[in-house]
Design a protein around this ligand. Structure first.
Ligand code: MIG
Length: 858
């Protein structure tokens, strides 16, 4: 059960700390301001209720004539998704840039009307529309109410402000809303605002962050639904913050339209939501490696840091180039030092990938090609009087490309050859709120305009889309210049649907413990908002961590979907010369960093497969426990543990000085301590010790985790031997996807899917595999089945072939049809050739039937 009172007191405490920290460490804090205070709804206005005066059946739903010259459209997009719009007479139904799928096959449905109620029924849901007053109720097949309007206020417009009130009960939990501050994953009780903001050194209670995703998931009675309020204006969500009986959401302007999608599983909701707004592409494998970055690395620093990684054999894939690589902050230029071919050749020779930052603002500088071309072609955002808007950012007075125009996006995309020709592999979009130093509220005035004619929009309406459209333009650059490569765009700002183009990092966090703690619920909610590829600056951006904090942070950071160490310039860190590379905190922390970074690289096949699920179904990579265990209410408020993919649960230490913590083990699984092999029943809280080098990890019993040898960078070595790290009770399965991890050839069928299964059959264990897709020319020669916690076998064979016993792990990995029993580890390794046609059977001495055995801790 969620207790808002606790949350409030905690927030008060952390706010005080954050304020001291900022004063002490970050003197250049930019004031985080909003154009105006939160606009509240007029309570009298929202009590006026709409009445249905006429009903008209549509091809995919109904149109209702409402009082006060408004119409409601309720359209069925699928059996389990409906769009509700209320629009003023003469206005059109609205779709923002978030929507990637507009054409849906209408599901079969019935419409009936009786006793003042109109009913729409599909195979999955029933929608009941009350006529007087107008109100909408969604029910499941069995007649359970999943979501309904709060009839005292209902929905409609307060002047220009569209609003919707919904009924709730105390036990309803809320997730999603994109990037949110705070230490709790469950957003019940929160007042949420959405207006993309450059929130340098934000705190645990900062309301407006960089990204706006007006989507959330409601969960009640173990049933989940999704709600997407597609409105790009500044919007507000009062999630039972005022009363336990209702929640409501509204915007400063724009139309009232929302999509309701029924689960009952959270997984189903996300699948449908990402069908509507799009999914991330299959990522290039290198993007899943470690990234290293700092604001104000010199060209020499970049080279030295890259070399040090290789010397110390700490795996890493990518170096980032922050704004200093440009010629006086002119976008799409190189300074002499950073543009030096020798630097690029060195990095390339060390097999580094390279990412450059890019800002939207173009220096107002006649003679500079970007300025000249943009001005000649009328590409800039405009003041209300039609003149070009000029604002200060890093290059000084600057122009802002109007990314709402397709020709501007194309032009922007076309400039990326300047980056790509130096071998740049990925592009990082910063400042795309857009941030304007001398803007009235750190962005442009709300009456600046974008687009022309029919497509003209004010900044007020367009603000939350600026980053989205810049990300699209950047993404298009890859299609233009690297047509068969998987794009990588990293962005600070998003709107719903931006996952189609970019990964997200959560901006300028702070080297403070509560930021480490906050990163978990923040990422989990981003993941539940359709954006699986998310990460936070490891070690914190603003300020500097101490050794302990960095160690704990890298333990989490090595398991972030997007894993990047990045930190603020020394100027801002006021005298603190502490660097933030893994070796900057002494040997102990270097060893800890290496251990966990190596683990990430070892888990690369598993991580890559988690991303394949993300690309195919919108599955988050870093999942809150509730995502997989929504039948266990004890998971609803767990904010400091997460599932890393399907099988592994992490319970990191996120508090200073702690060397033990409680861990909740969800019901319905047996959990294996990854380090000791000790087993625990689910449905209990245990206490575990965790010295500085120890990250508590639990693996599901009956799971199989594909791993490989550590590489210094992804792609260093072909994947010839896949190690299946298996925790077997009765049966473990894994559907293993493989492709080249770099190109779009998978779209032509160049991928493999192999179903792997290990099963206990009385006294023996059987391993089999089935090839589901075989379009990719794999390097895989063998699988090493690693069975944890088993006894020494008597023999291993496949049909008539007898597998031979060898004497080390190394030997078994390189010898086909072999096995090795590691006494100390109590693990059995079996090498199965990739082309093994038969079941592999492992026989034991037969003293003990292990099926059903249990030495679990209760
Ligand atoms: O006004 O490019 O969030 O990651 O290092 C600061 C310099 C601009 C903010 C980004 C940060 C980046 C920094 N940028």
């Amino acid at each position: 059960m969620h207790k808002p009172s606790q949350k409030i007191s905690r927030l008060v405490a952390t706010t005080a700390i954050a304020a001291t920290v900022l004063a002490a460490q970050a003197p250049n804090v930019l004031a985080v301001t909003q154009p105006h205070p939160d606009q509240e709804l007029n309570q009298e206005a929202v009590k006026k209720q709409l009445q249905v005066e006429g009903v008209e059946q549509l091809e995919n739903g109904v149109k209702l004539n409402l009082s006060s010259d408004q119409n409601a459209f309720i359209r069925l997009f699928s059996e389990d998704m409906a769009k509700v719009s209320i629009i003023k007479e003469g206005e059109e139904e609205y779709f923002s840039e978030a929507i990637s799928k507009k054409e849906w096959d209408t599901p079969s449905f019935d419409v009936s009307e009786e006793k003042g109620e109109i009913t729409l029924t599909t195979d999955e849901i029933t929608i009941k529309i009350k006529k007087e007053p107008f109100g909408v109720k969604f029910l499941d097949k069995a007649g359970n109410v999943i979501n309904e309007d709060y009839m005292q206020n209902g929905s409609g417009y307060d002047g220009e402000k569209p609003y919707v009130y919904k009924k709730t009960t105390e036990d309803e939990a809320f997730y999603g809303f994109g990037e949110q501050s705070g230490l709790e994953v469950n957003q019940r009780g929160e007042s949420i605002g959405m207006f993309n903001t450059d929130a340098y050194a934000y705190g645990t209670d900062t309301k407006y962050l960089y990204t706006s995703i007006p989507f959330f998931i409601g969960l009640k009675n173990e049933k989940a639904y999704g709600m997407f309020f597609d409105n790009t204006n500044r919007s507000y969500f009062e999630m039972a913050s005022e009363s336990d009986d209702y929640y409501y959401f509204y915007a400063d302007d724009g139309t009232l339209n929302y999509y309701f999608m029924y689960g009952p599983e959270i997984e189903d909701v996300l699948d449908r939501y990402t069908e509507l707004t799009g999914r991330m592409d299959k990522p290039a494998k290198w993007t899943l490696g470690l990234h290293q970055s700092k604001w104000e690395y010199s060209a020499e620093d970049i080279e030295r840091v890259a070399e040090t990684y290789r010397e110390k054999e700490i795996p890493v894939d990518t170096m980032h180039f922050d704004i200093d690589y440009m010629d006086e902050y002119r976008v799409f230029t190189w300074s002499d030092k950073f543009g030096d071919e020798a630097l690029h050749q060195k990095l390339d020779a060390m097999n580094f990938k390279k990412i450059t930052i890019n800002d939207p603002a173009v220096k107002k500088d006649p003679g500079y090609f970007m300025y000249d071309e943009g001005t000649a072609n009328d590409y800039w955002a405009k003041n209300p009087d039609g003149s070009n808007f000029v604002g200060e950012v890093w290059p000084g007075e600057s122009m802002f490309p109007d990314f709402s125009k397709e020709e501007v996006r194309e032009w922007w995309a076309s400039k990326h050859d300047i980056l790509f020709d130096k071998g740049i592999d990925g592009v990082w979009n910063d400042m795309n709120e857009p941030a304007v130093f001398d803007g009235p509220y750190h962005t442009m005035p709300l009456d600046v305009t974008f687009g022309e004619g029919e497509n003209k929009r004010t900044h007020e309406e367009y603000h939350n889309l600026y980053g989205h459209d810049e990300a699209e333009a950047t993404y298009d650059a890859f299609e233009m210049y690297k047509p068969n490569e998987r794009p990588f765009v990293l962005t600070r700002d998003m709107y719903a649907g931006s996952q189609r183009y970019a990964a997200l990092w959560t901006g300028d966090n702070v080297s403070e413990w509560d930021h480490l703690e906050m990163s978990l619920p923040m990422n989990m909610n981003v993941g539940l908002s359709g954006v699986p590829f998310v990460g936070n600056d490891i070690g914190g951006f603003a300020g500097r961590p101490d050794a302990e904090m960095f160690a704990r942070w890298i333990e989490v950071g090595a398991f972030l979907p997007f894993s990047r160490i990045h930190y603020d310039s020394d100027k801002k860190a006021e005298g603190k010369k502490q660097a933030q590379e893994p070796w900057a905190f002494g040997q102990e922390v270097e060893d800890i960093s290496k251990k966990y970074i190596e683990m990430r690289y070892k888990l690369m096949p598993y991580l890559y497969n988690a991303f394949i699920d993300a690309a195919e179904q919108g599955t988050p990579v870093q999942q809150p426990l509730v995502y997989q265990f929504q039948d266990d209410e004890n998971t609803y408020n767990v904010s400091d543990q997460f599932m890393f993919g399907k099988e592994m649960m992490l319970a990191p230490i996120v508090e200073e000085g702690q060397t033990e913590r409680d861990v909740y083990l969800p019901e319905g699984e047996t959990w294996v301590d990854y380090w000791t092999g000790e087993e625990f029943d689910g449905g209990q809280t245990i206490t575990t010790e965790a010295q500085l080098d120890h990250l508590p990890i639990y693996v599901k019993k009956d799971s199989m985790i594909p791993t490989r040898e550590v590489q210094q960078y992804t792609g260093e070595k072909p994947l010839e031997n896949l190690v299946l790290d298996t925790y077997l009770n009765e049966k473990a399965t894994y559907s293993f996807y493989e492709d080249d991890g770099a190109t779009l050839d998978y779209k032509d069928g160049e991928y493999n899917v192999t179903d792997l299964e290990v099963k206990r059959k009385g006294k023996h264990i059987e391993f089999k595999k089935k090839e589901k897709a075989t379009g990719y020319d794999t390097d895989l020669e063998s699988y090493t089945l690693k069975l944890n916690g088993e006894e020494a076998p008597k023999r291993v064979r496949a049909a008539k072939a007898k597998y031979k016993e060898v004497s080390s792990v190394e030997e078994v990995k390189s010898t086909q049809e072999s096995f090795f029993y590691d006494n100390e580890e109590q693990a059995l390794y079996v090498n199965v050739p990739a082309d093994e046609k038969h079941k592999v059977k492992i026989f034991f001495n037969g003293k003990k039937d292990k099926a059903g055995k249990s030495d679990k801790k209760k």
